[in-house]
Design a protein around this ligand. Structure first.
Ligand code: THU
Length: 130
């Protein structure tokens, strides 16, 4: 059975605890629900060469796609060190990554409390396409 939104957000929060973020101290987790109903989780993985770092969304989407998935239903993102939900939104690069696999919904959250739900079109209108 597909997870509820609350379950997906909780998975993202748990995934954030596995983040490798010694440079920023900003731990992010993400949980992907594919259109086929499978779930994958990931976290941000930083590097001493800062730009080499991988955001949580990029980590988990690459993982899900490498397992054969091509369409994403929902992505829950949890920034467990964010001061508020405004600081927890996916970066621009990650929005383009989510767009590539037609992500339908994005749930944005911090370490506890309510989350916000958005469509991809709300977060990335006029996405780049070839
Ligand atoms: N980060 C993410 O994992 N996802 C985002 O969408 C924004 C930023 C990570 C990257 C870096 O490890 C840390 O948060 C601080 O920028």
């Amino acid at each position: 059975m597909a997870p509820t939104d609350l379950e997906l957000v909780e998975m993202a929060r748990r995934a954030a605890e596995q983040a490798y973020a010694p440079y920023s101290g900003f731990r992010v987790g993400a949980a992907v629900l594919t259109r086929e109903g499978d779930v994958f989780t990931g976290a941000n993985v930083e590097n001493a060469s800062y730009p080499v770092s991988s955001c949580a969304e990029a980590t988990v989407v690459a993982y899900a796609v490498a397992q054969g998935n091509r369409a994403i239903d929902t992505v829950a993102v949890a920034c467990i060190d964010a001061r508020d939900v405004e600081q927890a939104y996916p970066c621009g690069r990650c929005r383009q990554i989510l767009a590539e696999f037609d992500t339908r919904r994005i749930l944005v959250s911090v370490s506890d409390g309510p989350w916000r739900e958005h469509t991809l079109g709300e977060l990335l209108p006029h996405r780049f396409r070839l």
